[in-house]
Design a protein. Structure first.
Length: 250
């Protein structure tokens, strides 16, 4: 019952869970997705005919034999992040404070009152291309959250560099049609490219004043992104560590 977007997200992250490749069966959802994304009728019929003939259709795989079978209850999934470094360091958002990762708000507010960036501040927040922007549900959720934030008058902190880098122009189109692209832009998440950016260290330079403050005060700055790799030093030289999260959590 997983959507094509969810399947694509899971398959894209197969190196992070130790697999060489991840395959999902072909079913009616696959066919609907092909139609939705503009494939012509002849191509759609060819895909279905080939899948059924070659034994890749969902019902044909019921008799398949596997070396090992793992059962996973999707109902047990909660909001998660991975970090502060390495993709396998997953933790539920409810455990951030328990593990000592959540910021000391009183201390942070005191530093902000003095006009300073708080230690532990997020300096990069990026909704990135490959893993999650192929999943419309996640991207639309981020847009709806941005709309709510704008209506409540919430704004990003001045030291946070934000960006949206979709994997394709289709993302831009459906965000525009939903009236959500403007909401994301208003919050700072404007489209910067249709390609890899922050995920592989290509976020660009920070504001010089922000960068100098990090250096002068030796601040522990971090990044949050919706990619799939967060090894130390990968995202940005001045983001000592990074968290992976879904687009709405970013």
């Amino acid at each position: 019952s997983l959507s094509i977007g969810d399947r694509a997200t899971i398959a894209n992250m197969c190196p992070e869970y130790g697999a060489t490749a991840a395959l999902f069966y072909i079913d009616s959802q696959t066919i609907d997705y092909l139609k939705l994304t503009g494939r012509d009728d002849a191509q759609v019929r060819l895909v279905e005919h080939y899948a059924r003939t070659a034994g890749f259709w969902a019902s044909e795989l019921k008799a398949a034999q596997y070396e090992r079978t793992l059962r996973f209850d999707l109902g047990s999934v909660v909001r998660n992040m991975a970090g502060p470094s390495n993709p396998h360091r997953r933790l539920p958002t409810s455990a951030l404070r328990e593990r000592g990762i959540a910021v000391d708000l009183d201390k942070a507010h005191a530093q902000e009152a003095r006009g300073q960036m708080p230690d532990g501040a997020v300096i990069i927040a990026a909704i990135t291309s490959c893993t999650n922007t192929s999943n419309p549900r996640n991207v639309i959720a981020a847009g709806l959250l941005a709309m709510k934030a704008n209506r409540l008058g919430l704004v990003r902190k001045p030291w946070v560099k934000t960006s949206l880098a979709p994997g394709s122009k289709a993302v831009e189109l459906y965000l525009k049609e939903a009236g959500l692209l403007h909401e994301l832009e208003k919050l700072g998440f404007g489209i910067v490219a249709f390609a890899c950016t922050t995920c592989n260290g290509m976020s660009g330079a920070l504001d010089p004043k922000i960068q100098q403050e990090i250096i002068d005060r030796d601040l522990y700055a971090t990044a949050v992104l919706s990619g799939n790799r967060n090894f130390d030093g990968r995202i940005h030289p001045y983001a000592k560590q990074a968290f992976l999260a879904s687009p709405p959590l970013v």
